[in-house]
Write a protein that binds this ligand. Structure first.
Ligand SMILES: [Cu+2]
Length: 157
């Protein structure tokens, strides 16, 4: 029975290494230095299977950071989007990341940057609380509770 004993040693060594790695990474996680305020999701009628999430993202670090992905259990697909003026028409465009300047707050709002939720898995009623996870450029993540809210109009007032 030599393999089980080697295996066990390997597992213990591996566990020790991952503990050290996690501790080191935890001290520098972007997610720990980013504050997310007022996250909300636009309420839509049950027949509509697409909506968007908005929030204020405060980068408390001294370096430029990025949101690189987002996810929520209520949507089968999630994309980062911005609005662009195209011959007087507002269009949405997928972007690879949301830029977070150092020591600044970046607004995700109707008519601007937003997190697009596709193929909604259930009806979203105003007042519902939905977990939404953001992933940052270092791979760290932050999960916030977004409240479903009625939002008037797609454009900024
Ligand atoms: Cu969009």
């Amino acid at each position: 029975m030599i393999f089980p004993s080697i295996g066990r040693t390997g597992i213990w060594a591996g566990a020790l290494l991952s503990c050290l790695c996690v501790t080191t990474a935890a001290a520098q996680r972007v997610a720990d230095h980013v504050a997310i305020n007022d996250p909300y999701i636009r309420a839509v009628p049950p027949v509509v299977k697409t909506t968007a999430a908005f929030m204020q993202i405060q980068n408390g670090t001294d370096s430029e950071r990025f949101v690189v992905d987002a996810a929520t259990p209520v949507a089968a697909a999630v994309e980062l989007h911005m609005h662009v003026h195209d011959d007087g028409v507002m269009r949405m465009r997928r972007i690879p990341h949301i830029h977070l300047p150092p020591q600044r707050t970046t607004s995700l709002e109707p008519g601007g940057l937003h997190i697009m939720l596709f193929d909604l898995q259930r009806n979203l009623q105003p007042g519902d609380q939905i977990p939404l996870t953001l992933e940052f450029d270092d791979g760290s993540t932050k999960t916030v509770t977004a409240v479903v809210r009625d939002v008037q109009g797609m454009m900024k007032p």
